[in-house]
Structures are given as structure tokens and as C-alpha cells.
Design a binder for this molecule. Structure first.
Ligand code: UDP
Length: 450
């Protein structure tokens, strides 16, 4: 880059699946010669000591530990969008008065209120969508689907039918995306979509070849420069931005297991489940007779501290073939030779990390974009199997056997997963990965007038 570096100000949301990709993007842009400032909350704050090359700016207020009730993500995003407007505006004002090199801000797509701030202050905003392009396309299409009656009770008997406007989604996937109330769900999603439409650019953390088929359809909704760059964690590991301590005993335990035989089970940083479902997970795992590494995050099982709800008999299962930890070094776990399958909640970072390591998936979606990601994994990319009955021990047992052992359909999925891993590795080695869209993004930022 010629002359003094331009500065980019990034504002990550304080949740694991949003924080990691934004910090990774900060590092990618820094490696491209940009100066980086990161505005952040106190809650789930990134650790500035890990990134001495980036400058960090704490904003007051926002979300408290008490308010961060993960069982209601829509409320969380609403709260953040309302409470953070003032502090972000003040912080941006200070940064602009002390730096004359600022090119733009990059904010999370879910932080839709930052679009109005950017317009007021007169600085371009680029949006980072931390989930898949296919889920963003789905969000953008939901109002049309509502008009067409996809949320009417008449369709309840046709839940398995395809949605012609959004293949490969089914009616039940669209209906599952309703959270709290349909009006609130669509209002929050519509704010996110409309906020992105008027931005100066749209970035997705995704593998270009995987999601390229969605680009044309995305272009019908978003008439702005769109960049499919990633997966970011191939440039910068997600480990450094982990908000919880990663238990390395999980890796020592994997070292004692045979190649490809362990099922890794994790439902990410925010999902919660009731005790009955957790019990079905436990007995599905036990009955499959497959070794497993299970991340039970404190708070995963509603109303419990950690493992109090597990019956005593399960201790024998664990001693024979299981390991339970509170949080694992996931990227390292997925790349471990002992791991042969990943039962995931279909969060986008987890999905990408699994695809990059060639690990086939079992998908249990809990909310929002996860319903779309899991349907794509099952039907479009055919890299895993979606559990269609929720948490039910017989289905769990048979799907685990299918993914880990089956020599027919399971074998095909395992081979396809390895093919994608090779494709991604080759792409990363030959062109440093999506270097074309990354160059285009760097050019766009550099071309912005001071
Ligand atoms: N993760 C981790 N250890 C765990 C479970 C998850 O480091 O035990 C990381 C995982 O590698 C991923 C992130 O947490 O980068 C989860 O993001 P995702 O988008 O999959 O789900 P979310 O937590 O946002 O629901």
C-alpha cells in the first residue's frame, strides 16, 4: 500500500460467534497494511494484550452480564442496537477528531443501528455478516414468504414441502426461524437487512466456491459490492479470540483414541436445552457405543450449573469411552486424527471449521441462521445429516452410526467432506485464498476519500 496506511474502525458484537470473525478480519486487514482500531464493550471484551498491533477502545455501558440472557438472541440484538448508539457515536467522534486517516467503519450486520450513525457522521460503513450467505439470502426473502402465506397455519400439514423460492429449504425450516413472535422476528431481521442494503459493502466469512451459487440471488437484494472472503480462521486461528478458557485435557484424551473413531459434540456458545433433551443426547451417545468428546458449557442445560442432571449410570459410559469438558480448543479438536464426526448446532463458525477439516457433521439447529446452515449441509452440500426429530435417542443413535460407520451413504458423506477439505487446502495454498475478493475489498477501502 502506497503512502500512510488508511485506518479502519471495527466494532464486533460481544458474542463468541460474532467476535472471532471480526477479530480475524481485523488481523487480515492489518496484514494488508491497514491501521486498525477496534471499539468494544466491557462485556465479553477481547484481550488487547493478544493483539498489540491493533488499538482498542472501550465503550461504557451496553450489555451487562445480567442482561446477556442467551435464551433470547433477538432481545439481545435489540438491546445492543438501542443501548450502544450513544457510546459508539461518542467513541467514533473522538477517533475521527484524533485520526485523519479513517477510511470507514466495519460493523456486524446485526448492529443495524450503526448505519444511521455512519450516515450522520458522514463515514462509509461496510457490513460484516458473520454467518453464511445462504442464511442472509433467506432473511432477505422472509417478508416475501410471509406475504405468500408460508407462516399461515394452513401450511402446518405441509411442513416437509420444499420452499420453491429458496431451495433446498423446507417449509418447516422457515417456520422454525420464528422466535418469540413472528412480528418481532421479522422486524429485527428486516432492520438487519435494510441496514445492510444502504451500506458501502458487504463481507461474508465464507468459502467462495461453496456459496458462489447464491451470489446472483444475493445481488437481487443487495446492490452493493459483495465480498465472499474466507474462511477467516484459515488466516488467523479462532483460538486466540476464544472468550472462555479452552480445556486442553480434551486433546490429551483424543491422543489416546483410535483414528477417526471419536464423535465431537458441541452446541456452541449460546444454545441452551432443557434437561429432557440433554438426557436424550446422553443416552443417544451411550447407545451408539461410539467414543465421544462432549462440550457441556455451563449454562447449556437450563436450570443447571453443569452436570448435576446426568444420572449416575452415565459415569460408567464416560469412563469407558467418553470425555466431557466445559469448553474445548475446537479448531484443534476438529483437526485431530481421532475425530471422525462433529455433532454441531450448525453455528456458522463451527460449520466452516468442520468443512475445512473434512469432518462430516450431524446437525441440530437451535435458532435463526442455524436452521438454514443445517439444511444446506444436509441437502445442498451433503456434508452431514440433519436430525429432523429434535433430540430423540433412537434417531440420534442411528444417525451417529450412519455418520461414523456406515459403508454406503455415510461413506459417501465422509468422502465428500474430505474432498472439500482438499479443495479448500489447495485453494489456500495456490491463491492465498480468495485473494481476488480480498484484493477487491482492500481496493475499495483504499479508494475511499478522506
Ligand atoms: N468453540 C470453541 N470451543 C468450544 C466450542 C466452540 O472454541 O468448546 C468456538 C468454535 O471454534 C467457534 C465458536 O466457538 O469458532 C462458535 O461459533 P459458532 O458460530 O459456531 O456458534 P455460536 O457460538 O455463535 O452459536
Amino acid at each position: 500500500m502506497e503512502g500512510d496506511p488508511r485506518r479502519v474502525i471495527l466494532f464486533p458484537l460481544p458474542f463468541q460467534g460474532h467476535m472471532s470473525p471480526m477479530i480475524q478480519l481485523a488481523n487480515i486487514l492489518h496484514s494488508r497494511g491497514f491501521a486498525i482500531s477496534v471499539i468494544h464493550h466491557e462485556y465479553n471484551s477481547p484481550d488487547p494484550c493478544k493483539y498489540p498491533h491493533l488499538s482498542f477502545h472501550l465503550i461504557p455501558g451496553g450489555l451487562s452480564q445480567y442482561q446477556a440472557d442467551k435464551s433470547d438472541p433477538l432481545r439481545l440484538f435489540q438491546l445492543l442496537n438501542i443501548d450502544c448508539i450513544g457510546p459508539i457515536r461518542d467513541c467514533l467522534g473522538k477517533l475521527l477528531s484524533t485520526h485523519d486517516d479513517v477510511a470507514c467503519i466495519i460493523t456486524d450486520a446485526n448492529m443495524s443501528s450503526s448505519q444511521a450513525i455512519a450516515e450522520d457522521i458522514g463515514i462509509p460503513r461496510i457490513v460484516l455478516r458473520t454467518s453464511s450467505a445462504c442464511s442472509f439470502l433467506t432473511f432477505a426473502t422472509l417478508p416475501l414468504l410471509r406475504e405468500k402465506g408460508f407462516y399461515s397455519h394452513d401450511l402446518d400439514s405441509r411442513r416437509e414441502d420444499p420452499v420453491p423460492e429458496l431451495p433446498p429449504l423446507k417449509v418447516k425450516d422457515i417456520q422454525a426461524m420464528q422466535f418469540r413472535s413472528l412480528d418481532i422476528t421479522l422486524m429485527v431481521l428486516s432492520n438487519i437487512i435494510e441496514g445492510a442494503k444502504t451500506a458501502s459493502g458487504l463481507i461474508f466469512n465464507t468459502f467462495h466456491d461453496l456459496e458462489e451459487p447464491n451470489l446472483a440471488n444475493l445481488g437481487e437484494h443487495f446492490r452493493l459490492p459483495t465480498f465472499l472472503i474466507g474462511p477467516f480462521h484459515k488466516f488467523f486461528s479462532a483460538a486466540s479470540s476464544s472468550l472462555l478458557a479452552q480445556d486442553r485435557n480434551s486433546v490429551s484424551w483424543l491422543d489416546t483414541q483410535e483414528t477417526g473413531c471419536v464423535l465431537y459434540v458441541s452446541f456452541g456458545s449460546g444454545a441452551t436445552m432443557n434437561e429432557k433433551s440433554a438426557m436424550e443426547v446422553a443416552w443417544g451417545l451411550a447407545n451408539s457405543e461410539q467414543p465421544f468428546l462432549w462440550v457441556v458449557r455451563p449454562g447449556l442445560v437450563q436450570g443447571s450449573e453443569w452436570l448435576e442432571w446426568l444420572p449416575d449410570e452415565f459415569e460408567e459410559v464416560i469412563s469407558q469411552r467418553g470425555c466431557i469438558v466445559k469448553w474445548a480448543p475446537q479448531q484443534e479438536v476438529l483437526s485431530h486424527p481421532a475425530v471422525g464426526g462433529f455433532w454441531t448446532h450448525s453455528g456458522w463458525n463451527s460449520t466452516l471449521e468442520s468443512i475445512c477439516e473434512g469432518v462430516p457433521m450431524i446437525c441440530s439447529s437451535f435458532s435463526g441462521d442455524q436452521h438454514v446452515n443445517s439444511r444446506y449441509v444436509n441437502d445442498a452440500w451433503r456434508l452431514g445429516i440433519k436430525l429432523e426429530c429434535g433430540f430423540e435417542r433412537e434417531e440420534i443413535e442411528s444417525v451417529i452410526r450412519m455418520i461414523m460407520l456406515d459403508r454406503d451413504q455415510g461413506q459417501e458423506i465422509r468422502e465428500r467432506a474430505l474432498c472439500w477439505k482438499e479443495k479448500i487446502d489447495v485453494s489456500f495454498k495456490t491463491d492465498g485464498f480468495s485473494s481476488q475478493p480480498l484484493n477487491a475489498l482492500s481496493d475499495l477501502i483504499s479508494s475511499i476519500k478522506s
